[in-house]
Design a protein around this ligand. Structure first.
Ligand SMILES: [Ca+2]
Length: 248
């Protein structure tokens, strides 16, 4: 196959502008990748045979690029689950979550910004979807069974994308809330994800693919407490393509 390509002169010179646009927009190539691609393409007069070869080439290129994109994507390491102190290690009950801040509270007695890991036994944990070895419920207070005031509670976590291309980021995960999750904001903008009033019985998926900015990004989880206990549980992960550092 390699020799075959070596002897073929591709025929896309006359439509190179639109073709380049297609590559950049649909295959998410950066300038360096595009330059490498164009560098390896030679142009000649079109004929049916070459059209077929070009089609095959583009298809194969797409497959290779897709797999290479996946391989090149890197985990965003400063994204943490609720109640997680380091990757795969959870806090003990009552500890302050270092990665989530309560930036808005409806309970003057628990205004934040500290979020506490909830007690793992008894009410309301007997109703809340059980903790895992990757995440735990957090709340304005450790002893959630003593209740918090009704209203909105906003939990914020931050992560740094300085080393990433901001257009290639995907963050996905699941969340649970007491009571309903109102929204998830990426850098203050709604993603539209919500959970039902009795969401605490399960975990609900979300996926965010846009709205990212260079540098520090914020992810806000808005939870509405109808009455009694309130809390939040999140498990999430993010991947992106790291910036290519070029020197001249
Ligand atoms: Ca509640």
């Amino acid at each position: 196959m390699r020799n075959y390509f070596g002897s073929v002169h591709l025929i896309i010179k006359n439509c190179s502008v639109s073709f380049c646009y297609f590559i950049v927009e649909h295959l998410k190539l950066n300038k360096v990748q595009l330059a490498l691609f164009i560098q390896n393409v030679e142009f000649q007069k079109p004929n049916l045979s070459n059209y077929m070869i070009v089609s095959t080439f583009i298809y194969l290129f797409f497959i290779i690029l897709s797999s290479s994109d996946h391989q090149n994507s890197t985990e965003i390491k400063d994204l943490y689950n609720t109640g997680e102190i380091s990757k795969g290690v959870v806090l003990i009950d009552g500890e302050t979550d270092p990665h989530y801040k309560l930036i808005k509270s409806s309970d003057n007695g628990y205004p934040g910004p500290d979020c506490k890991v909830s007690l793992s036994n008894g009410f309301p944990m007997d109703r809340w979807v059980p903790n895992s070895n990757r995440s735990k419920w957090i709340a304005p207070r450790t002893d959630a069974f003593k209740f918090n005031e009704p209203g909105i509670y906003v939990y914020r976590t931050e992560f740094d994308l300085s080393e990433f291309e901001s257009e290639n980021i995907v963050i996905s995960g699941v969340w649970s809330t007491d009571n309903n999750g109102v929204d998830i904001l990426i850098n203050g903008n709604s993603t539209g994800f919500a959970t039902p009033i009795e969401a605490y019985y399960g975990m609900f998926p979300f996926e965010i693919k846009n709205g990212f900015v260079k540098g520090i990004n914020t992810l806000d989880f808005l939870v509405y407490n109808i009455s009694a206990p309130t809390g939040l549980r999140v498990e999430l992960q993010g991947r992106g393509v790291k910036k290519i550092i070029t020197s001249r």
